[in-house]
Write a protein that binds this ligand. Structure first.
Ligand code: ZN
Length: 67
């Protein structure tokens, strides 16, 4: 994966094996074995908040992250 799962930016970095972050939207995510992605949001206080995993067959749009 070379793009952010949240904003599709290519401005991403690798933290360590299977863990990445996005410079554009300040999200982190981990990728496990079979492509399962767990996304975390980094708050302005530096806290890490786990977001709901992306479900491929869901028709619900992602929750707006407008802040
Ligand atoms: Zn992003």
């Amino acid at each position: 994966m070379n793009t952010c799962p949240m904003c599709t930016s290519r401005e991403i970095g690798k933290i360590n094996r299977g863990r990445y972050f996005c410079r554009e939207c300040c999200h982190e995510w981990t990728i496990e074995g079979e492509g399962h992605i767990t996304v975390y949001r980094i708050t302005s206080e530096g806290a890490v908040v786990r977001l709901r995993p992306k479900v491929n067959n869901s028709t619900n749009p992602p929750t707006s992250a407008a802040m």
